[in-house]
Design a protein around this ligand. Sequence first.
Ligand SMILES: [Zn+2]
Length: 299
Amino acid sequence: MKSRFLLAATALTLATVTASAQQPPPRIHIPITNKAWETPFPGFKIVGNLYYVGTEDLGCYLIQTNQGLILVNSGAEGSFALMKESIEKLGFKLTDIKVITATHGHADHVADLAAFQKIGGAKVYMSEIDAPVLESGGNLDYRRPGGRGIIYEPIKVDVRTKDGDKIALGNVELTVHAHPGHTPGSTSFTFPVTEGGRTYNVGIINMNGINGGVKLLYEPGYPTIIKDFRETLEKQAQMTPDIWVSSHAGQFNLHQVYKPGDPYNPARFGDLNAYKAKIAGAMQAYKKQLAEEQQQAYR
Ligand SMILES: [Zn+2]
């Protein structure tokens, strides 16, 4: 009798666990606390066929090809309307966006991606490592093993990319650089832009900051984080882009080098020393945090 009761109780527990495991994660809205994320910023031409279409802080880019547009990053929840205005004021149509990709799978760069995807049926390319995060609507996050809840409309990823892959549309071909650290699937893109007889090596570089609360020495959800950060920063230090931009405005000094209405001048985004300083600063921050964590660990 007793064992039969136990069996029944076990079966009941299992059924309860299974049912709760099958329950979809809740849809939650995370309030935006950084005002600059949702402050509009007029779109403008960076160089040749590359345009800035992000908000005051969120770096989003439009690349014109002879067969439609490539969009890199969609901003946070609510960025769509601001970006739409920038894109249309520059004379482009949302329906011409044929390819979409992103620098990494955090909500401030992908939350409104599904809205863009639906309009023109664009193909979404994403790092094979961050792709499941987008497909889960942000529920998957190595920092939160129990799931975070669905924080944006899940995105159907059409093509999973890895280091060295090409994303091609018409006469433009982006090279994919796996730059893990900030997230396991963080990605930078490089491509040539020719204008006025000159070819620029352009980089959309994902700068590798360490999110608050992330521990380099103990991240069970991301065991290679120490190595990834170091290797990415070393690789980025070797790069010599002629023009460079990034996932956040502050990361490429947007507001120091450009004010709305300033005349077109690609050189303002070509300060290689400033680029090197950003990478060196990130390396310094990484080493400092690692040293502090090691000190704590051995105390
Ligand atoms: Zn991020």
